[in-house]
Write a protein that binds this ligand. Structure first.
Ligand code: KG4
Ligand code: ZN
Length: 330
């Protein structure tokens, strides 16, 4: 079972990829970000409808880029959870239809397993054991990976995800969507120490995260400044907020390294595309003499290659047993 067509539609990116084992033959992502930008965030119903329009062309493009037709594919993998339920259903139903029409096996994949499994892709795979920090728009967790295809959660967010916090902050500052890259750009001209932000969860002793207090701190800062001064101080606000998010992520990673005997670390999820997070994690790992796996940007944010990678360690369901298979929001 080496050639896999993978499909990912859990959020606002319509994605398909073809893999030969850990080798990516094609990886097509049609981002809906511009469509959702005018709403300041992802509108689930709009995302589902757009997935419906994009899914077939995106799958065709993935097969064409890989130079394969469907006959050459051994199994079809698809994200079944977690995510926006309507969005997931488009991918799941497309995968089921294609698999059933060709009597191929179907491999259901968990989106978070996908973010971790991105680290196994060639040309630069890493092998367990490693500690993975996965930070995206929907999730923030520290995962202990001791064997390929499995992880144990050492800590996770108790409220908002890191990317969600950045998206909300960007919206509050009028910086548009998606917020993470917008905050990073704006922060380049700002002073990260200009506005003190609470260092959440610094002293609780756990490996869990919390970002909702940070968001409240920003709401108060913006309210106290008023619209005009908020605009003037926008770069400082963005830099301070980003520093607090990155600071918490790195502090928890540091604590997790203190608690275990880890020799390598991997960063994943959309927020792992963040420059300051990559720099500070690199500095921490260098200080500890630990290897760091930084994924290329296109494998940090949502994509189907990571789903195809996770599929190699998941159970394939033979035709026609998957016809009843459903998607799940969580
Ligand atoms: O993994 P992903 O593409 O989708 C989910 O599974 O959620 O992550 C999207 C998140 C968004 O919140 C976006 O603002 C954030 O990743 N993001 C970034 C950067 N690029 C994307 N956050 C900080 N800095 C970036 N450069
Ligand atoms: Zn994701």
């Amino acid at each position: 079972m080496t050639q896999i067509l993978a499909i990912e539609t859990s959020c606002d990116d319509t994605c398909a990829a073809v893999l030969d084992g850990p080798r990516i033959l094609s990886n097509v992502v049609s981002s809906q970000a511009r469509l959702h930008a005018r709403f300041g965030g992802i509108v689930p119903e709009v995302a589902s409808r757009r997935h419906l329009e994009l899914i077939n062309p995106v799958i065709d493009a993935a097969l064409e880029d890989a130079g394969r037709d469907l006959d050459a594919i051994d199994a079809i993998a698809v994200t079944t959870k977690p995510g926006l339920i309507g969005a997931l259903l488009v991918g799941v139903n497309s995968a089921k239809s294609l698999a059933a029409a060709t009597a191929k096996p179907l491999i259901p994949v968990d989106h978070l397993q996908g973010h971790v499994a991105a680290a196994y892709l060639e040309p630069d795979p890493i092998e367990p054991p490693f500690l993975a920090l996965i930070a995206s728009g929907g999730h923030t967790l520290l995962a202990e990976v001791r064997e390929e295809g499995r992880f144990a959660i050492a800590g996770q967010t108790l409220d908002d995800a890191a990317g969600e916090a950045l998206d909300k902050a960007a919206r509050l500052l009028g910086l548009g969507f998606p917020g993470g890259p917008a905050i990073q750009r704006e922060a380049e001209d700002g002073d990260p120490d200009a506005f003190p932000m609470p260092i959440a969860m610094a002293h609780d002793g756990s490996l869990d995260f919390s970002f909702s207090g940070l968001k409240t701190a920003l709401v108060y800062a913006v309210r106290d400044l008023g619209p005009e001064r908020t605009r003037e101080r926008r770069a400082d606000l963005a830099a301070s907020f980003q520093a607090a998010v990155v600071g918490q992520l790195v502090a928890k990673l540091r604590r997790a390294l203190d608690l275990g005997e880890w020799r390598s670390v991997a960063l994943g999820g959309g927020v792992a595309a963040n420059g300051p997070l990559r720099d500070r994690t690199a500095a921490l790992c260098e200080e500890r003499g630990i290897a760091l796996k930084l994924l290329p940007f296109e494998l940090c944010t949502d994509n189907a290659a990571m789903i195809g990678s996770a599929a190699r360690f998941a159970e394939a369901i033979p035709y026609p047993r998957y016809l009843e298979l459903d998607a799940a929001a969580r």
